[in-house]
Ligand binder design. Sequence first.
Ligand code: S3P
Length: 443
Amino acid sequence: MIESARDRDRRALGRMLTIQVPGDKSISHRVLMLAPFAAGASRLSGLSQGADVAATAAAMRALGALPPDWDPRGEVTIDGPRELKTPAGVIDCGNSGTTARLLLGLVAGSSVSATLDGDASLRSRPMSRAFKPLVAAGAQVRQRGQPGRLPLEIRGGGGALEPIEHATGVASAQVKGALLLAGLSARVPVTVVEPAPSRDHTERLLRQMGASVESGRTEAGYRVHFSPPAELVPFELKVPGDFSAAAFWLGLAVLGGAGPGLRIESVGMNPLRTGFMRALEVMGADIEVEDRGEEAGEPVADIVARRSALTGLDLPPDWIPTLLDEIPILACVAAQAGCRLEIRGASELRVKESDRIAVLSRNLSRLRVEVKELDDGLIIEGSTGTLSGVVEAHADHRIAMAFAVLGALPENSIEIDDASCVDVSYPDFWETLAAVSGGGGAG
Ligand code: S3P
């Protein structure tokens, strides 16, 4: 988003800017993997334009589920139903764990085989949590790299795949999504039990397409049960704004780095995604939510955030799945706002795009913020002073963007070693940062 002359005038008058954020990345991946199986044309707009979703689009083209020239920009149509074909070469999932894990499921339930690979970060991330239950149901996996890591060759069980019943050790929407997609492509029922509910975008989309998906708490954990329908109906969807992208602007606004504040329009408000907002509110943030209804089963709202004085928080561990991707920005907000923030029960952060516990701890220390690294979290003693230093992003988009928010505060002087890694989820991030913060910004 580039600042217009009108925006500059509004800022000069001390008025609040209104911005939009990219389409939700998690929903965009799932739309590209589900719509080709509907009986008819799905009409879509607002898909994420980042490199992660581009990797999913390329994979679906290689698998014959999207036409060779299909592109996710603007208002687009996906025709179905389509059958998967064995791709000519290796599928490169880039930096995207969601692409890799969901594809493992989709291919496992089909009658084709594919080899999946990724960049150095993705090659280091655990894949066995997704493929082991698929192998137990009848798919075949050949490990072509380190055990349990990409590259992996997966051969679908097709019509012979068994119904899937699996209890996951961790709440993971990628693992749950992989199993649901395997059930969809093999037309077998799937039951997944998670220790806590992970984001439920796959379930919501499947329901939009006419499938029966039941979910609820049981003694064993949070249970999701899917029965494949005879036919999936196509859908229309304007993808809501990505809450995980909006989180950076909420953080900047409450820290006072966006003038009088910001209005962020049409943000997806799925309650399994908005834990960061809940945490900020408990810390004392001035945030208003204006309901904009639903978009294909997902709640959508405008959010207004203003500069606020914040207090500390012991993050309840059961909130972690609802704000896992937002811990970098939450840590940075606490560090700058002079708050004590205690995070426990978040060991999953160690296997994200980087080891986010270690990387947050190291970078906050470099900025001379007091921080203690725990096995499963962090304790941050925030300061209200000036922060300066060089931040190492470790090619992790959410680390770069979280520290860039601190770098945009006029009193700070922060350099990010790798600005381009934001492209995986938010190619316009730096332009928007310059616009909302009045031109400055780390980089
Ligand atoms: C995602 C699920 C989460 C999240 C990731 C996106 C998804 O990962 O951290 O950024 O779209 O399913 P896990 O499912 O591994 O927790």
